[in-house]
Design a protein around this ligand. Structure first.
Ligand code: AMP
Length: 395
């Protein structure tokens, strides 16, 4: 069965065509600068990468071009071959706890959460509508970043603020990267042959979040009302004292919007190092003795280590810790820095096992109290698998 896994942004659309249950990626690609000048799209197929510069005035045109390209390149021979389209949806509030079949009525319900994810949700919905237009007979499925986290209890998801903020304005912790954490939990549970694992899942890429999972249920996660909270990230600050905003608004005469933008886009590794949000650049500068880069790396590793220690306590002792996403899968330096900072938990890195990138591997010694695995994430596959399941149920 061929399933399209889609991630639509405000001016972009990423897709992966996956054969299931074999889990083979048939083709993938990216439509860029939709609605802007010099738009283009790139399709990867059979080891080749073809870029076409063409006007893409809106998402519907982009989807039409995508389907035409799949047909013209003989990647599919008819529209019916695509048996489902799975869409990454960022915010489903506390209402959507699992993936759902998307209809206009469901899209209206999802749109209620646009205010909570103004940059993502409207774009996700636009992507779905474009596919509904071009593939009206194909099942469309929404897979939410927030869904996996809906098992959190009030004790974890509430902020200690006036209760009315939650009741009237939906201010609570939602958590993000749920599709990735769910995939990691599924992969490690299958690998270890247990479904009662207590897992600390660390998704550390440009964005980052740590999630405590017990028997497949999220107990707590580091991102919050928005993806700004939690650990230090590439450009995001993670947790800070909320009063800093008021103070900085007075001192700098910048607006709350400007300051929030700085917390999202000019903080984290970039803000402290002054060099880059990319951990490779920061690592290189640190190796060359740049003090701010060294400081940024140290802060980054410590914030992650502190969350792991906190979640180990919350879970009353984790069975396994997993590292994933760009930094977790690829940076042996950052992996070592993090593991060295959780030595008090009895975690012991085996340095001879740490020199690799992007594979599922155990990196701790046999006598490490908690084993640590690197597990490459695959959100596209998780989206496709959910879509297949709903497509099969509704055949
Ligand atoms: P993601 O958001 O998961 O795509 O992760 C992107 C981030 O992963 C980049 O910003 C880099 O900081 C990091 N990254 C990717 N490759 C490497 C690498 N080989 N070594 C260190 N960091 C890497």
């Amino acid at each position: 069965m061929k399933i399209l896994s889609v991630n639509a942004g405000s001016s972009s659309l990423k897709f992966t065509l996956i054969e299931l249950p074999a889990k083979n990626v048939i083709a993938s690609g990216l439509f860029e600068k939709i609605g802007l000048a010099d738009s283009c799209y790139t399709i990867k197929y059979n080891g080749e990468k073809i870029t076409t510069n063409e006007a893409l005035p809106d998402h519907s045109v982009a989807v039409k071009k995508l389907i035409d390209a799949l047909l013209n390149m003989q990647i599919i021979s008819s529209l019916e071959e695509i048996e489902g389209v799975g869409h990454r949806m960022v915010h489903g509030g506390q209402e959507f706890s699992k993936s759902v079949i998307l209809t206009n009525e469901v899209l209206d319900r999802i749109a209620k959460y646009n205010e909570l994810a103004p940059l993502h949700n409207p774009a996700n919905i636009m992507g779905v509508k474009a596919f509904m237009k071009v593939l009206p007979n194909t099942i469309q499925v929404g897979v939410f970043d927030t869904a996996f986290h809906t098992t959190m209890k009030e004790t974890e998801f509430l902020y200690p603020v006036p209760y009315e903020w939650y009741e009237k304005y939906q201010v609570r912790k939602y958590g993000f990267h749920g599709t990735s954490h769910r995939y990691i939990n599924k992969t490690i549970s299958e690998l270890l042959g247990r479904n009662d694992l207590k897992v600390i899942s660390c998704h550390i890429g440009n964005g980052g979040s740590i999630t405590a999972i017990d028997s497949g249920n999220v107990v707590d996660t580091s991102m919050g009302f928005t993806p700004l909270a939690g650990i230090m990230m590439g450009t995001r600050s993670g947790d800070i004292d909320a009063s800093i905003l008021q103070y900085m608004a007075k001192k700098s005469s910048k607006s709350l919007d400007q300051l929030t933008n700085e917390l999202n886009k000019e903080s984290g590794l970039l803000g402290i190092s002054g060099i880059s949000s990319d951990s490779r650049d920061v690592e290189e500068a640190a190796n060359n003795g740049n003090e701010k880069a060294i400081l940024a790396q140290e802060m980054y590793a410590r914030k992650i280590a502190n969350y792991i220690a906190m979640y180990n306590n919350l879970l009353n002792g984790a069975d396994v810790i997993t590292l994933t996403a760009g930094v977790g899968e690829n940076s042996k330096t950052m992996r070592k820095m993090i593991l060295d900072r959780i030595a008090s938990l009895g975690v012991k890195l085996d340095e001879s096992k740490n020199d690799f990138r992007g594979e599922l591997r155990l990196i701790t010694t046999d006598d490490s109290k908690i084993p640590v695995y690197v597990v490459p994430t695959d959100e596209e596959l998780m989206i496709a698998m959910d879509t297949m399941e709903l497509a099969l149920q509704n055949r």
